[in-house]
Ligand binder design. Structure first.
Ligand code: NAD
Length: 542
């Protein structure tokens, strides 16, 4: 048994690699892209450390080339789901009993494996399976996940060090930061491999075990991550990977009385469904399940007449169209002053026309395809709505013949409450409302009241009074608020991420606030010399 109050290595953000032409990192990644493109992977469930091939499979294709079969995903049925829950329960006591430094070392090693020998595998799987360009894959599946693991290590130790400030003479007050008294259900979205890796592991830092259900469309990268965690020494049963349709897996898992928490990222309706189901069955659980959910967004860019038109235009082009607008933080409703509109409009049109789109293995492309046919059809519906009732400033088309390609699109609406300004589209479709310069106050009100979401938003202004007004008036309109910067690209350890209203429980991924949700503290009071009489001093002795 070793003794020491250990300190974790101070975390640093992983530098983003450039993958410029002729660089060794680009050559190495291209080899891995070719390797993964040349095979059809068989993706099992991972239950208690066992690879489970169920034979009931789902074909995974490349979104930008949907005739290319990338993998066959083996789907869990009721027996596998039950086995995954049991495996998480069976692993719980031993994992929780492992000293914090031993658990933490697993994830610090995982971070170094991802920073080094596994980087290409994870990046290539994310590019091919989720249609991310190299930069989008690098900042997500490499850098952000490395950062989650390095910073969560520090936060876990900070939580352990958080002890009652007072122990009067003769008493020692302590807090035991226990894990939750059951398993955690981690449900992850298709669009960020980093989130997929963080959601099951953040609770595990604190000693919890998980059932992890990734989005099937991201199964390729998630399976690589599961193998990486094995290679880092994560014991069997701590994270159990089950593939399957959301409702099939979800309904069975949340019906289990041992459910202790849900760590969810995805759409608002699915999280509300989970919350409702758990609420209806609340009397049946062994404890009150902790519900942590980061959900949809309808993120804004508001420009003041004093803003710099080029800064606004670049923020829209990057913020709305990177990763085809499939970021919860993607800019999708813009409030622009009439005086700046002609200059911004010109730059948006030129920008959209210059954006190449296609196979993500071609590094000249700025955009790939949207994730699947369902998303493509949904976006087609929004394009039809916009082309019918709004001005199409740029783009406005889609072509699904080879891949699910939706052109980056800018619509301009007259009605600031148009559907396009309210609903989460989750595609490369941005909508602009142009306001009279004198109506800045109205613009602030529209930003705050138009959409049910409150995830990210940005204000552009050089006038400090305008920055101050927007900061105050939009205090509850975004959990991540940007001044003269695009509303995407939060960095772990720098901008803790999450929103409120319909955007989630705002438990700030990448911060100590999130990790705290996975600890159920036990207070211990120890009295060194217990009293010998039940009488208090004011009682007279007989
Ligand atoms: P989604 O809601 O369709 O799916 C998310 C996950 O939930 C998937 O694993 C899915 O299979 C699962 N699921 C679906 N129905 C379920 C059910 N009944 N029970 C249990 N699980 C179920 O979302 P998506 O399309 O994968 O991701 C896009 C959404 O995620 C967008 O709304 C986006 O804004 C949101 N998102 C939010 C954040 C954030 O931090 N706020 C980050 C990324 C994505």
């Amino acid at each position: 048994m070793s003794t020491g109050v250990y300190r974790v290595p101070p975390p640093m953000n992983e530098p983003v690699r450039g993958y410029t032409r002729g660089s060794p990192e680009r050559a190495s990644l291209e080899r891995e892209l070719a390797r993964q493109s040349g095979e059809v992977a068989e993706i099992p469930c991972l239950i208690g450390g066992r690879r489970v091939f169920t034979g009931r499979t789902h074909d995974l294709v490349m979104p930008h080339n949907h005739s290319h079969l990338l993998a066959r995903v083996h789907l869990a049925g009721p027996a596998e789901i039950a086995a995954a829950i049991q495996a998480a329960e069976d692993a719980r006591a031993e994992w929780a009993a492992l000293p914090l430094e031993q658990r933490t070392a697993v994830f610090l090693k995982a971070a170094e494996l991802l920073a080094g020998p596994w980087r290409d595998r994870v990046n290539a799987a994310t590019m091919l399976g989720q249609s991310k360009t190299v930069h989008q894959a690098e900042i997500d599946s490499a850098c952000e996940l490395i950062d989650f693991w390095r910073f969560n290590a520090m936060f876990a130790f900070q939580i352990a060090a958080d002890q009652p400030p007072v122990s009067p003479t003769g008493v020692w007050n302590r807090v035991d930061h226990r894990p939750l008294d059951g398993f955690v259900f981690a449900v992850t979205p298709f669009n960020f491999t980093s989130i997929a890796g963080n959601l099951p592991t953040a609770p595990a830092f604190l000693g919890n075990t998980c059932v992890w259900k990734p989005a099937t469309t991201s199964a390729h990268a998630c399976w690589v991550l599961a193998q990486l965690l094995e290679a880092a020494g994560l014991p069997p049963g701590v994270v159990n990977l089950v593939n399957g349709a959301g409702a099939e897996v979800g309904d069975q898992v949340v019906a289990d009385p041992r459910l202790a928490g849900v760590h969810f990222t995805g759409s608002t309706p699915v999280f509300q469904h989970l919350w409702r189901t758990i609420g209806q069955g609340i009397a049946g659980y062994r404890q009150y399940p902790r519900l942590v959910g980061e959900t949809g967004g309808k993120d804004f860019i508001l420009a003041h007449p004093s803003a710099d038109a080029t800064a606004v235009s670049v923020a829209i082009l990057r913020g709305a169209f990177e990763y085809q607008g499939q970021k919860c933080s993607a800019a999708s409703r813009m409030y622009l002053p009439r005086s700046l509109w002609p200059a911004i409009r010109e730059q948006l049109v030129a920008g959209v026309e210059g954006m190449k789109q296609g196979d993500v293995a071609d590094f000249t492309n700025f955009l790939g395809a949207v994730i699947d046919q369902r998303a493509f059809k949904k976006h087609q519906g929004y394009l039809e709505h916009g082309n019918r009732g709004a001005e199409c400033v740029a783009g406005g088309t889609a072509d699904g013949s080879r891949g699910w390609f939706v052109r980056p699109t800018v619509f301009r609406v007259d009605d600031p409450r148009d559907r396009l300004m309210q609903e989460e589209i989750f595609g490369p479709i941005a909508t602009v409302w142009v306001y009279d310069d004198a109506r800045w106050d109205d613009a602030l009100r529209e930003v705050d009241q138009t959409s049910p979401y409150a995830l990210t938003g940005a204000v552009f202004a050089t006038d400090r009074r305008a920055v101050d007004q927007a900061t105050e008036r939009l205090r509850f309109a975004a959990g991540n608020f940007y001044v003269n910067d695009k509303p995407t690209g939060a960095v772990v350890g720098q901008q803790p991420f999450g929103g409120s209203r319909a955007s989630g429980t705002n438990d700030k991924a990448g911060s100590i606030l999130n990790l705290l949700r996975w600890s159920s503290a036990r207070t211990i009071k120890e009295t060194f010399v217990p009293p010998t009489s039940w009488r208090y001093p004011f009682h007279e002795e007989p």
